[in-house]
Design a protein around this ligand. Structure first.
Ligand code: GBH
Length: 442
């Protein structure tokens, strides 16, 4: 089965943007030429990363970036989504790291030459460790430090960026990093998650004001991860559990951004779990978005649970990716349609969608037909939502190439391009070839 754009789809319109995505820590390497980050520290904590690996080398993109850009170009995509490493452009004392800054300026120039739109994410989880030493996202000051950083970057990048996303998936930073501790900085406690989330959202809002001033011509917004929540059964208790989980994981972020208030469940939080909201914060957070980035991988199924109110149910094992995430394209249509019903949405980009599959080369070839099928069904799901009125403007495959998959190390491969970490050789998988053909035929 070939990868194709669904019939009569608005995705056939040349204005619909197809791209590929990466993030700084996951591909760049050369960690010694930037500030140390919370992920460097976390990786060097024994047991934190399944294969004991780290981001010191990763895809060594800092060495191979020119070839990587020509690879991106060869795919025929119109856009490349990447992130800027805060600690690579700024030194500890707040001065600019000229070499680090120059790397991104060169990258932007090269993309411009090749007519590839730059979708820049300003924060994809790699907080400088120095800021974590002052409390990280639990410290309100970090939001103002982010504002400063965004000011420097958006002045330096003037005129070269099509779109800025302030944050990638603040839920992951707050919940995985500060509430259950399976991501950096590895802090756990129910009293921390929503406090960190509030400071992240505040950082976003402050950055939006800076972007509006320094780069009003670019599309400025945020990228959120969503997982539509389903009930494990038709029992009322399970239905309620799924609804509650949905408020905590999905609406907790989108609602303040669009409506300037947290979901009503905030009133039921125990006082020590509450975020520290200062007068004016919610207005800052609700800054007008030019776009919303949606990252989608799977749905989540919940049942009720006495101790915890809701509990995640593991999917049946037949249709899952290597991550154990259920393959559920219908969830993407439903998610987009529901969001569009509940909120006045800005234009939407699918900023990440993809799958980890167990693909090792056989005689030099990687025939990842499961990934091709994943993309096919998920593109169809996006199209279904578009046909029901959701204003989707673009789609990015996660990821351009295999890379450092956070707590999962290098064992999980999300790339449409295979990376041999011994030689740093890149090889197009079947999915990359088909993505290219799909775009060629458009
Ligand atoms: C993204 O995170 C990241 O932006 C990216 O850097 C990363 O490489 C990529 O995805 C792949 O992981 O436990 O079954 O309910 C995605 C994070 C994935 C978090 C799905 C919530 C719920 C799956 N999200 N997950 S499940």
């Amino acid at each position: 089965k070939q990868l194709t754009i669904p019939d009569n789809s608005m995705m056939n319109d040349w204005q619909f943007i197809f791209g590929v995505a990466t993030s700084a820590f996951q591909i760049e390497g050369q960690s010694s030429t930037r500030q140390s980050t919370i992920w460097d520290t976390f990786c060097h904590t024994s047991g934190a990363i399944v294969d004991g690996s780290n981001g010191d080398v990763a895809c060594d993109h800092l060495t191979h970036w020119r070839d990587d850009v020509s690879l991106i170009d060869s795919l025929g995509v119109g856009a490349y989504r990447f992130s800027v490493s805060w600690g690579r452009v700024l030194n500890h004392d707040g001065s600019v790291n000229t070499k680090g800054m120059q790397f991104y300026l060169d990258l932007l120039t090269e993309l411009e030459k090749r007519n590839i739109k730059a979708f820049v994410t300003l924060y994809h989880w790699d907080l400088p460790q120095a800021l974590e030493n002052n409390g990280g996202w639990l410290n309100r000051e970090t939001a103002f430090a982010f504002e400063q950083y965004v000011d420097v970057v958006s002045k330096a990048f003037k005129g070269k960026v099509y779109s800025y996303a302030t944050l990638n998936e603040p839920w992951c930073s707050a919940y995985l990093g500060y509430e259950i501790g399976i991501h950096a900085p590895g802090i756990s406690g129910k009293q921390y998650g929503k406090k960190a989330a509030h400071h992240l959202l505040l950082a976003h809002g402050l950055a939006m004001q800076v972007l509006q001033k320094n780069s009003p011509e670019s599309q400025n917004g945020i990228v959120l991860n969503f997982s539509p929540c389903f009930a494990a059964s038709t029992n009322q208790a399970d239905i309620d559990a799924a609804k509650l989980a949905d408020q905590h994981f999905n609406h907790w972020y989108i609602k303040p951004l669009i409506e300037g208030k947290y979901p009503d469940i905030i009133d039921a939080l125990s006082p020590d779990h509450q975020p520290d909201i200062k007068v004016g914060d919610m207005d800052i957070i609700a800054a007008n978005l030019d776009f919303l980035g949606v990252n989608y991988y799977s749905r989540s199924v919940y049942r009720s649970c006495e101790q915890d109110e809701f509990k995640l149910v593991a999917p049946a094992t037949f249709s899952v990716t290597q991550m154990g995430w259920e393959i559920y394209p219908q969830g993407l249509s439903k998610l987009l349609i529901d969001l569009n019903k509940h909120y006045t949405l800005p234009p939407v980009y699918i900023t990440e969608n993809g799958a980890a599959m167990n693909d090792e080369p056989i005689q030099g070839k990687i025939i990842d037909l499961d990934r091709v099928a994943y993309f096919n069904t998920h593109l169809a799901a996006v199209d279904t939502a578009m046909k029901q009125g959701v204003d989707v403007r673009g789609y990015f495959a996660w990821s351009l190439m295999d890379n450092f998959e956070w707590a999962e190390g290098y064992e999980k491969r999300f790339g449409i391009v295979y990376v041999d970490y011994q030689t740093q050789q890149r090889t197009l998988k079947e999915s990359a070839k088909q993505y290219r053909n799909m775009l060629l035929n458009r």
